[in-house]
Unconditional design. Structure first.
Length: 432
């Protein structure tokens, strides 16, 4: 059997396994191992199966992922998200759509110390949704803004997705983090404008909250010092060259824990529970990484990567035509898979094509993460949508999807802006 036929059979089996709800990491590992064995023999395939997990879990560069996950868990259990939402409510809650704006701002702030879209969406569902329900906000708008705001965690540094992109493509992760700042801020601004438009068109969906006294507004700012300190310390340290991104992840996790202990938010029990939660998330992510690496060996041995590269580069539609095809592919995959699986499965194939067409690899990292962001709230899967639905089962899935549709349209506009104006992503990295 030719490698070409084996590769097609491998992709077909992988799709079937995913449709049967086999975890994507395990599915890729099974297909990769068997496919690799079909080409070179089962002996080398078994050796590959024994070697890849060990080299992966002991890779120093990948330690950035569990450290940023632990940082986010400590931040969540320390109540930082609740304090951010309270400050936002004090300052903008009195304007039309104010609680939705406060939710958006707290999502952005929490993303700066978390880096996980799912964790941000889950946390803000518990913190902000009851407040908006109490103020008679429409569940469509309330859940829509949480699902969309949660996706900011994947763009605003520190971002696990940007870090993983840097590891896979061997790009400078600190430059990728800096490249995500302005696109993330642009997302906050555009989401905020959309909320104000919705408030003007459908005022009954988001009535203003009573204005807070100015003294209470000032007092609320005292509670968010921890978030500001962590963001400035971690990102400022990376930008200033005081420590590497991997060192920053460990320092950030340790600093978040110390702040939680000092403020008496993290005792021994909470700390142990945080470690267990971070370990479970890390194990899930590393299962995907290991499976994807095994599958990657299968793609290499069957020359699938080289054949797809030659096909895309040879298309007579120009560099931006190929880029549009790649973005369309990611939009489809993003609605079916999580961003980590997409990155590991596709970047070894797509990245050489993008670089060969003359696009900046740092800029493309932002575009990739931006498209993966869309998938976090897009039907038929939309991981953030299902997270919100599991925490707030009284809100129907259809209502949440209706709520995120305007934000998806805004994100498509933001994606167009980032593609046509690359300097938005590259200005800070170029000035490092």
């Amino acid at each position: 059997m030719s490698p070409y036929v084996i590769s097609i059979a491998g992709f077909s089996i992988l799709l079937i396994l995913m449709l049967l709800r086999v975890p994507v990491g395990i599915a890729m590992g099974i297909v990769g191992c068997i496919g690799f064995g079909a080409v070179v023999g089962m002996g080398p395939a078994v050796q590959l199966l024994a070697q890849v997990p060990l080299t992966t879990v002991t890779d120093y560069n990948l330690s950035i992922i569990p450290m940023f996950i632990l940082m986010g868990v400590f931040a969540s259990r320390s109540g930082l998200s609740r304090e951010l939402f309270h400050a936002g409510k004090m300052w903008v809650g009195h304007v039309p759509g104010g609680l939705a704006l406060a939710t958006l701002l707290s999502c952005a702030g929490f993303a700066a110390v978390n880096g996980s879209s799912i964790a941000t969406a889950a946390t803000m569902t518990r913190v902000a949704l009851p407040e908006m329900e109490h103020s008679n906000y429409s569940p469509v708008l309330s859940t829509g803004v949480i699902a969309a705001g949660g996706t900011l965690g994947i763009m605003i540094p520190p971002s696990a997705a940007l870090a993983l992109y840097g590891i896979i493509t061997e790009q400078d992760i600190s430059r990728l983090f800096m490249a995500g700042i302005l696109p993330g801020c642009l997302g906050v601004v555009m989401y905020g404008i959309l909320i104000r438009v919705i408030a003007a068109v459908r005022p009954d969906d988001c009535r203003p909250h009573p204005p807070a006294p100015f003294a209470e507004r000032l007092s609320s700012l005292k509670d968010i010092w921890a978030v500001i300190l962590l963001f400035v310390f971690v990102i400022g340290g990376i930008y200033g060259g005081f420590f590497t991104v991997t060192e920053a992840s460990g320092i950030g996790a340790c600093g978040t824990w110390i702040i939680g202990v000092i403020r008496r938010r993290l005792d021994l029990t909470q700390t142990i529970q945080s470690l267990i939660e971070a370990l479970r998330t890390t194990a899930s992510i590393f299962t995907i990484i290991i499976g994807a690496l095994i599958f990657g060996y299968f793609l290499t041995i069957t020359q699938t990567t080289q054949n797809i590269n030659a096909l895309l580069v040879g298309l007579d539609i120009g560099p931006y035509g190929v880029l549009c095809l790649i973005i369309l592919m990611y939009l489809i995959l993003g609605a079916l898979m999580d961003e980590i699986a997409i990155a590991l499965l596709t970047l070894p194939i797509v990245f050489p094509v993008v670089v060969g067409l003359g696009f900046d690899p740092i800029w493309f990292g932002v575009i990739f993460v931006m498209v993966a962001t869309l998938g976090m709230m897009s039907p038929p899967i939309g991981m953030n949508v299902f997270v919100i639905s599991s925490i707030a089962p009284e809100v129907r899935l259809g209502q949440i999807y209706r709520g995120v549709m305007p934000f998806i349209l805004v994100d498509l506009l933001r994606l167009t802006i980032l593609v046509t104006v690359p300097v938005i992503s590259l200005w800070i990295p170029m000035n490092m």
